[in-house]
Design a protein around this ligand. Structure first.
Ligand code: ARG
Length: 282
């Protein structure tokens, strides 16, 4: 709690400082229109890439009290862009339709805890992996569920179109009415609390974060490394956008090498990143 408060305060200070800078720039940026034309021709503004993220996925991407998009992914991509030499702007984008928004050109890049899968690779290009994940089961404290297979006869909540949806659809059948699909992972977890589903299957980091911050929900988590395949998050760009992909991978390598990645990881999760995860990403 205190840490969160301190962090919000730091972010608030940073936001205020940025605001002051912007205000200062704003004043200087109002010369007569005639004077600005030759300057604009001499120095074209660098392109700002539009980033899509489904900001309902704490601690990776979420909105703070002020509605700003924050989290591990935001810190990470900001650092990557700085080292990679490009400008970005985040836009909250619902998960359903996020890949479409990329393909249509409404977004240039996504950072949304997107698992790299062979199927997705056919329609988008991924950066090098930046985070290791695995599915995790959330149930009520008294539940007898001890492994993934135990969900076969139960109602299971997932976020539509996620890897959690895929794996549960495989176990229960894609058209099974026992698979309950939600537009966000927190909505699925709220339904677990309300008793509308018996379990939720989702990315471990998000489930752990939710359980830790919602003690009143009385959840426990059930891991099953035998049933769930390891996953890795990557940063998708439009298929063939090699220029942007190269800048992202360059920035990613730089922040892994200079300790920035580790610092962001530690700031988010309070622990050092696991060594094998780093090795596997190289
Ligand atoms: N890693 C999972 C997947 O790629 C879930 C990601 C959901 N991300 C989000 N911001 N809602 O399918």
């Amino acid at each position: 709690m205190t840490r969160t408060d301190t962090r919000s305060f730091l972010k608030l200070s940073a936001a205020l400082a940025a605001g002051l800078v912007l205000a200062a720039c704003g004043k200087q940026e109002a010369p007569p229109a005639a004077a600005s034309a030759p300057e604009a021709a001499a120095a074209p503004a660098p392109k700002t890439y539009v980033v899509g993220t489904d900001a309902a996925y704490a601690p990776f991407e979420y909105q703070n009290d002020k509605g700003e998009i924050v989290g591990f992914s935001v810190d990470l991509l900001n650092a990557v862009a700085e080292k990679g030499g490009f400008k970005i702007e985040f836009k909250n984008t619902p998960w359903e339709g996020i890949f479409n928004a990329l393909q249509q050109g409404d977004r240039d890049v996504l950072i949304s805890s997107v698992t790299i899968t062979d199927e997705r690779k056919q329609t988008m290009d991924f950066s090098d992996p930046y985070f290791d994940a695995i599915q995790l089961i959330a149930v009520k404290e008294g539940s007898k569920v001890a492994k993934f297979d135990d969900l076969k006869k139960l109602k299971v909540g997932v976020q539509t179109g996620t890897t959690g949806d895929e794996v549960v659809s495989k176990l229960l059948g894609k058209t099974s009415t026992s698979v309950k699909r939600f537009e966000s992972t927190p909505l699925a977890l709220k339904e677990l609390e309300a008793g509308g589903v018996d379990a939720v299957v989702a990315d471990n980091g998000v489930v752990i974060n939710y359980v830790a911050n919602n003690a009143g929900a009385k959840f426990k988590t059930v891991a099953d490394t035998a049933s769930f395949a390891p996953e890795q998050y990557g940063i998708p760009v439009r298929k063939g956008n090699a220029e942007l992909l190269a800048m992202i991978n360059k920035g990613l390598a730089a922040i892994k090498a200079d300790g920035t990645y580790n610092a962001i990881y530690k700031k988010t999760f309070n622990i050092d990143p696991p060594a094998p995860a780093q090795a596997a990403s190289n």
